[in-house]
Design a protein around this ligand. Structure first.
Ligand SMILES: *Cc1c(COP(=O)(O)O)cnc(C)c1O
Length: 354
């Protein structure tokens, strides 16, 4: 049952679960493929990764992940084209960002070769799991957790790096209504907002639940200091269209450097759309909504690609966005997914063949 893929040892599952999965009815990220990648950090080094059957982890209750939240993750997708070939989108950027997150959380950096070889070997093995329906993909979740033990608050001496995959249908939320946050913050200067650290998301749940109770689906995060600047939309970067200009905030300690965000900026420029990367004030968005200059608001991230916003609430007042015939959101989503699914040329060199 053991075959070698370069350095990586592969132990195949005895039986595939694939026939039990209803591919015409896939939710997002809720069924998992037959295998996973596991790589262990021990004795001061990352050991060679292995691919093994998908299975639960066994961890000591004193593992530091449970007490001090030393954990980071990535989110990416594999796409299948009309000829059945599998593609990734800018995977080295996920690898680099995982290591940026690792550094901030005092987690030892993953060797790039382990990430890339492990990822490609796993996706290659799970190729049959990549769904082909419109907007469907294999969602890939690389993550690292502190498995080393101790009740003292200090970095662990052992870690696990894993990659799991989930065949997923299109992430469709419909048009959402959002609440501009006036009290809570997702991140702060000097903090970990720029990292994909597990705890960042736990901290978002409660304010988001409060917004949901008020009838909104998502929170628009503002800066922690003044709450006067628009920063992110839930766990997505945010874009604002005022008139014909597409604006997004600059990345910082507080705003995560999204791969979708930077790809959209490049595609928009290529399409001749005027873009600005600058701070966006809540008041300019409110004023633009009042004057009718606010044409679009949308979130951008790997899972949903682009998530259009129908309206927002701020200081107990609701504002609606117009229904756009030729929205930037639709155009940009089409362009980026055409590249991802190998339906168009790839002038930027973003596609990565498995
Ligand atoms: C992951 C994430 C994004 C989007 O990043 P992509 O690389 O485009 O998926 C944006 N903001 C936050 C807070 C995130 O966690």
């Amino acid at each position: 049952m053991e075959v070698k893929s370069k350095e990586i040892k592969i132990t195949k599952a005895k039986e595939s679960k694939i026939s039990s999965v209803d591919f015409s009815n896939l939710k997002f990220g809720s069924v998992y493929t037959d295998h996973m990648l596991v790589c262990t950090y021990k004795d001061g080094e990352w050991k060679t990764p292995e691919i093994i059957p998908y299975q639960p982890l066994t961890l000591d209750p004193a593992a530091k992940i449970f007490h001090y939240g030393q954990s980071i993750f990535e989110g990416m997708k594999a796409y299948k084209d009309a000829d059945g070939e599998a593609w990734l989108f800018r995977p080295m950027d996920n690898c680099k960002r995982l290591n940026i997150s690792a550094k901030r959380l005092s987690i030892p950096e993953i060797p790039e070769a382990f990430f890339m070889e492990g990822l490609t070997a796993l996706v290659n093995l799970e190729k049959d799991w990549i769904p082909t329906g419109s907007g469907s993909s294999l969602y890939i979740r690389p993550f690292v957790l502190a498995s080393g033990v101790g009740f003292h608050a200090s970095p662990a001496d052992e870690y696990k790096f894993l990659i799991c995959c989930a065949p997923s249908g299109a992430y469709f939320s419909g048009k959402v209504r959002v609440l501009i946050e006036e009290k809570y913050s997702r991140s702060a200067n000097g903090g970990v907002g720029f990292a994909k650290a597990g705890g960042n998301y736990a901290g978002q749940f409660y304010p988001t639940q409060l917004a949901v109770k008020k009838g909104y689906q998502q929170v628009i995060w503002t800066d922690d200091n003044t709450h006067e600047y628009i920063e992110e939309a839930g766990a997505m970067n945010i874009f604002v269209r005022i008139g014909d200009t597409l604006i997004t905030g600059p990345t910082s300690d507080r705003i995560l450097d999204g791969i979708t965000r930077k790809s959209i900026l490049d595609i928009a420029a290529q399409e001749g759309i005027k873009t600005e990367v600058r701070k966006i004030t809540v008041s300019e968005v409110v004023e633009a909504a009042k004057s009718g200059e606010l044409k679009e608001l949308f979130g951008a991230g790997t899972a949903a690609v682009i998530s259009p916003i129908a309206g927002f609430g701020y200081k107990e007042v609701d504002y609606d966005l117009p229904e756009m015939q030729n929205s930037y959101a639709n155009l940009l989503k089409e362009r980026i997914t055409d590249i991802q699914y190998n339906r168009s040329e790839d002038p930027f060199g973003w596609r990565y063949k498995i």
